[in-house]
Write a protein that binds this ligand. Structure first.
Ligand SMILES: *Cc1c(COP(=O)(O)O)cnc(C)c1O
Length: 377
């Protein structure tokens, strides 16, 4: 059976975990957490990085930092994971869902201006499959209307827009190290702070609303409860795992990109003849090989393809159901149709993609996919 995902271990994870355990400090903000912060800040030029227990938590921190209040409106794509919306709903925000682009699942930036009202506080772009949203255009719009931007960069590590790392455009950004992402720690995430005014408060919110970080740096002589917050920081054991992964990021990325390019070489041209599409990368975006997907002609064809491949021991999976149609949000949605979001919800299917997959596996999967279309024409 070729599974859809398999977490990759570099071999160093348990070595670093043993070291963290032996150091005698395994709560948050230990040696390995600091190493991860420094690595990410140096590699991507982020002003400040704070590891969190998940991307979901990083998004929740962002909503608190921006003082999102009941009645505030937050614009984001409907074609995304629930956490993107839930983090802001927890603060009482009303979510205004934007539609996807015709040529990729990212939000269509040219439709956003019409969604802005005096209540709009923030825009949350999601870089789907690690492919950049049109950030220059989005940031210009945010500036024009004085809106905050939080990048949901959960899938976007090691990906760029016009040469600038994703996660460095927004005032804040959130990454995920969940085991289904490129760089993993089981569960895990990071909040990136690019606007300096948020750094001090972010440290407080992450430490249960206390100024404990300042205390440990010797900046105050006792610490206390100064704000709202929660326990958003991961154990140093998680950070030790993550640091092993970060140390192998170039090898991990090179392998994933080679698999992605092989899928593309095998499938793009032959599938176009069946009006089935492979990922489209805008000219400003790079490919971090987080995901290789197909866009089928309709829901029925996609269901048949998934079943056909399953019979041949290949696991492929669809992705998001548009959030405007979810049981939780349907009645709260303003009723605008979002045809392109629905389009990807019905048609998109993700192919196996992980470090241990071989080019021979990709060739075999590609042959089976082509045989499906040849046989059902
Ligand atoms: C994976 C993912 C998340 C959630 O990440 P966790 O680390 O599991 O909380 C949020 N948004 C998007 C777009 C994701 O792909």
């Amino acid at each position: 059976m070729i599974t859809f995902n398999k977490p990759f271990l570099t071999g160093k994870e348990t070595v670093y975990i043993q070291d963290a355990v032996a150091s005698g400090k395994i709560s948050g903000d230990g040696i390995y957490t600091k190493k991860c912060h420094e690595f990410l800040e140096a590699r991507y030029g982020f002003k400040k990085v704070l590891l969190t227990t998940s991307c979901t938590d990083a998004l929740e921190m962002a909503a608190i930092l921006l003082n999102i209040q009941p009645g505030d409106e937050v614009i984001m794509p409907a074609y995304t994971f629930v956490s993107t919306a839930n983090a802001f709903v927890l603060r009482g925000a009303h979510i205004v869902f934007a539609d996807s682009s015709p040529d990729n699942p990212n939000l269509n930036v040219s439709t956003l201006e019409a969604l802005i009202t005096p209540h709009t506080k923030a825009i949350v772009p999601v870089h789907y499959a690690g492919a950049a949203c049109d950030m220059p255009q989005l940031m210009a719009l945010a500036k024009k209307y004085s809106l905050w931007v939080v990048e949901d960069a959960a899938q976007a590590i090691e990906s760029y827009c016009n040469g600038q790392p994703l996660g460095s455009f927004g005032h804040l950004a959130a990454f995920s190290f969940h085991e289904t992402k490129n760089i993993i720690s089981g569960e895990g995430g990071a909040l990136v702070i690019n606007d300096e005014q948020f750094i001090r408060r972010a440290e407080i919110i992450r430490e249960k609303g206390t100024n404990r970080s300042e205390f440990f740096r010797g900046e105050v002589d006792k610490y206390g409860w100064v704000d709202i917050g929660s326990s958003f920081l991961p154990s140093d054991i998680i950070a030790a795992f993550l640091y092993a992964q970060l140390g192998n990021i170039d090898a991990i990325q090179a392998k994933r990109v080679s698999l992605w390019e092989r899928y593309h070489a095998n499938l793009a041209v032959p599938l176009a003849a069946y009006d089935v599409h492979v990922p489209h990368l805008p000219p400003y975006a790079t490919n971090n090989a987080h995901m290789f997907y197909l866009v089928c002609q309709d829901l029925n064809q996609r269901s048949e393809l998934i079943a056909y491949l399953k019979e041949r021991s290949i696991q492929t999976v669809f992705h998001y159901l548009s959030l405007e149609k979810s049981p939780f949000y349907a009645a709260k949605h303003d009723g605008r149709p979002l045809p392109w979001s629905d389009y990807y919800a019905d048609r998109l299917v993700r192919l196996p993609m992980y470090y241990e997959l071989t080019l021979a596996d990709v060739d075999m999967i590609s042959r089976e996919i082509l045989s499906f279309f040849e046989n059902t024409k």
